[in-house]
Design a protein around this ligand. Sequence first.
Ligand SMILES: Nc1nc2c(ncn2[C@@H]2O[C@H](COP(=O)(O)OP(=O)(O)OP(=O)(O)O)[C@@H](O)[C@H]2O)c(=O)[nH]1
Length: 503
Amino acid sequence: MSKWFIFPALHKEERGIINQELQRIERSISLAQQELLAQARDWANWDDTYAFVQDRYPRYAEANFSPEMMKEMRYQLIAFFDASGDVYFLSGLAPDSGAYATCTRAVDDCAWMVPYVDSIQVPIKSTDQHQSFLMPSVSAPAMVVITPIVRTDGSGPSVGWLAKVRLMDTKWMAQMEEVTGLPITIDRQFTAQATPSTTIKGDTIYAQHILPTNVPAISITVGTQLNRTHYLASLNTIRYVLIWTACLMLFVIGFVLWLMERIILKPLKALSIFAKHASEEDTRLDSALLCQRNDEIGMLARSFEQQLTRQRKLNAELLNLSTHDSLTGLPNRRLFDQRLQAAIHEMEASSQPLAVMMLDIDHFKLFNDHYGHQKGDECLRQVAQALQSVATAHDFLIARTGGEEFSALLPDTSAQHAKHIGQLLHETVYALAFPHLASPVAPYVTISVGIGSLDEGIDISPSTLMSTADQALYSAKAAGRHQVIAFTPSIANTSVHTHDTPL
Ligand SMILES: Nc1nc2c(ncn2[C@@H]2O[C@H](COP(=O)(O)OP(=O)(O)OP(=O)(O)O)[C@@H](O)[C@H]2O)c(=O)[nH]1
């Protein structure tokens, strides 16, 4: 950016400054020309001069010209011309030797004046106005002014011309340098080669302008130079500022990125991990830090967690509904079958005994018919509760697997112990003393229990385990109900009942 925008701008400014300084020098040169012209007009508008060029004041030259005056006024040449433009009187200091001479023609001691006289005579003959121009003379450029000689009061025609020449030599330049405070160089240049230019060399910048002369093919170049210390110091300052600005910007960008990482990205990442674990039902989930936040992410985490809690509750309810019986609250056939499969697999792997039972309320149709369906429901609830209390006490699963039918799953339970538990269940239900006056078996509600076991010495396959319990139950019913019977191979021969009572 500095290379393409700032440095070119600074270069432009630097060139602008040196051009302004050059214009100041040009104005000083112009002022010097005007001052010389004013001095020439002062002489040319003087009656003595008027009389002198008409041969009416012979002592004019003796009275007014001297080498001291010429030196003091820094005149190189003062030339008088008559009305026809011919030389009338010349007074000058030779540029090389400084010798003072006065003549009426540019010969002998005044021969050096020829180029000046020739240059002055050209404009005299073309106009009668004041003239001021620069002349590219050999020794040093010169400024030349020409003015018509008239009476002091301005009346009458011009009777000749007065020209003054001042060299722009080293002395003059020293004076100009004092006035402008700038180093000045002045050179003759052929116009074809002379172009305004600015050159930079190290700590210095040079510039030169072209000033026209009375000779079209030759110009004067006026130049000056400036120290670039200020510019280079500005450049260094800008470089430092740019470097510091870049460092500061990098720091700010880094800080903003760090803040974004801390305030937005990290919490968002935590939120996404939280959401991922939540969707995977990961119980190790810790959302406390996220939920404590007071920003949008905290709000999002809180509402997400509330939603999740609601979802989990609904899921649990759904799961409970799909695996439990709504009337009694006991596990249903679906859950019982799942646990049975799992228990069989475990038993096959560990060779531990496994027992199952099927329990059925006796003459429940008669109960319903006698007491009504609602009372039947109440009976089912009471029986289920009684069965569950035994199951809880002995750590086994009891499920409602049909209308008035229940099943029990007793892992790691021997056939012997299963019979004992069956008996306990049977007695517990009877102990309820739930009236069943329609029953031909007993005055209270009773159950029949069939037991199937996978134990040492019992030769049945796991897949037929439930069926054996069913057959045992059928035997219990057939034997008069209100009793517990464990499956034996002899039962199998007489039983055809299957475990398929719908809930
Ligand atoms: N109140 C009520 N009755 C039910 C429910 N589910 C099934 N039942 C009834 O239970 C009775 C079962 O009758 P059965 O299958 O003939 O058996 P039972 O009368 O108990 O005779 P046994 O089992 O041979 O002793 C039917 O009358 C069903 O209507 C229920 O949820 N509530």
